[in-house]
Write a protein that binds this ligand. Structure first.
Ligand SMILES: *Cc1c(COP(=O)(O)O)cnc(C)c1O
Length: 398
């Protein structure tokens, strides 16, 4: 595909590969991950691959920090979320589902599927759930046995305080299931910080891999609960239990693992560990801060109702009144070769999102995003102070 600027058109055509993918996932993978994906594909029961699988699971354990070695599932994170719900939640559970966005709301269907009662604590999609509100809800409903939260509700670009919520849930004694798909690896959250029993994430957001795998960090209580759940799937792609011991090189796989994706995950984990997780989180944060400062200085509004709700891995920008989000994204792409994400579900049409995840979590990408955003708005007749936006971003960067 043509990656170049076509001089006689002076536009990036829809069929041309974009120059900068600054989406909120899938993200542009790290070159080292792409190289690893291209390594030879061994037989999954070859001892070399069984050793690889155990090594990858153990590296994952070191960063996910769950009580037990994380389970790797062979599909993108929706599989892990659905499998976690099916495996953990029984008919007699009472689930408190925390909803501050599209993914939080989406979990309700999986939570209710096995017949459990599902209660909801919801806030508008530009706000986040306060730990005090969870405590009040649990006080009112002492029969709650499972609490589910989405850490970073990506279609809103907002961060729920899962560490504080986790402490409240632990005091109550319920199990805590966390969707950390688009925050893990990009900020300081893990299964330990939020005291979760099921910590669901994947390598295709902040870890810089293509979509294809997911993982769950499970606590001892989480395993006990799944084993005691008569409805927990077995011999199924939705089974977490089937994979409990599969990380060990002397145990069988329930079915064929995604060999190439596992190689990619190892490369991503090696990069993450070599750079140092704190350093990785710091560059996500400074990129987001620069981008968010630039958006505001340009005269635009962030989607989150308060700056402190904003994610360090996504900048969500309100679409100015009278403009159209699809036209804006099309203009950014055609004019500058820059791709951003739309909203989703309830936020579709109301915002656009700039991803700061993995390889794109470098401060200069915020300048590229701001330039494309401001330039495209201007071309569409929306006045913005582009120079002030760039100045504000550079001030954060330096
Ligand atoms: C990306 C993401 C998922 C995975 O879902 P897809 O829409 O299939 O990519 C799940 N939860 C959150 C919060 C995500 O950002």
């Amino acid at each position: 595909m043509n990656r170049g600027y076509v001089v006689n058109r002076l536009r990036y055509a829809p069929g041309d590969a974009p120059l900068f993918t600054l989406a909120t996932g899938p993200v542009d993978a790290y070159p080292a991950v792409l190289r690893a994906l291209g390594s030879p594909v061994p037989y999954d029961y070859d001892p070399s691959f069984q050793a690889t699988y155990q090594r990858v699971a153990e590296k994952l354990h070191a960063v996910v920090k769950a009580e037990t070695v994380p389970v790797i599932l062979q599909g993108e994170p929706v599989l892990a979320l659905e499998a976690a719900a099916a495996s953990l939640i029984a008919r007699d559970d009472v689930v408190l589902n925390l909803v501050s966005g599209v993914y939080g709301k989406g979990f309700e269907g999986w939570a209710a599927r096995g017949g459990a009662r599902v209660l909801e604590l919801a806030v508008p999609y530009d706000r986040v759930i306060a730990a005090e509100a969870v405590a009040a809800m649990l006080h009112q409903h002492p029969d709650v046995t499972v609490v589910a939260a989405c850490h970073h509700d990506t279609p809103s670009g907002t961060i729920n305080p899962v560490d504080e919520i986790g402490a409240v849930v632990a005091r109550h004694g319920a199990l805590f299931l966390v969707d950390a798909v688009s925050s893990f690896g990009g900020m300081g959250v893990d299964a330990g910080t939020c005291r979760s029993d099921m910590f669901v994430s994947g390598p295709n957001k902040c870890m810089g891999c293509p979509p294809g795998l997911s993982f769950i960090g499970v606590s001892q209580r989480g395993w006990a609960k799944m084993r005691a759940n008569p409805a927990a799937p077995r011999d199924s792609v939705l089974s977490v239990l089937d994979w409990e011991h599969a990380w060990r090189s002397d145990r069988p796989f329930p079915y064929t693992p995604s060999v190439a994706e596992v190689h990619g995950l190892e490369a991503a984990l090696d990069l993450y560990l070599a750079e140092g997780p704190e350093n990785v989180w710091a560059r996500h944060l400074v990129t987001a801060r620069a981008c968010q400062a630039g958006v505001v200085a340009m005269g635009l509004a962030l989607w989150p109702a308060e700056a402190r709700f904003a994610s360090p891995t996504t900048t969500a920008v309100r679409i100015p009144a009278g403009s159209d989000d699809a036209a804006l994204r099309a203009e950014m792409r055609a004019r500058y070769g820059v791709v951003c994400s739309s909203g989703r579900g309830e936020t579709l049409g109301k915002l656009i999102r700039i991803g700061h995840m993995g390889p794109t979590a470098h401060p200069m990408y915020s300048v590229i995003a701001l330039t494309a955003l401001g330039g495209a708005l201007r071309a569409l007749g929306v006045p913005v102070n582009l120079a002030a936006g760039i100045e504000a971003a550079l001030e954060v960067i330096s």
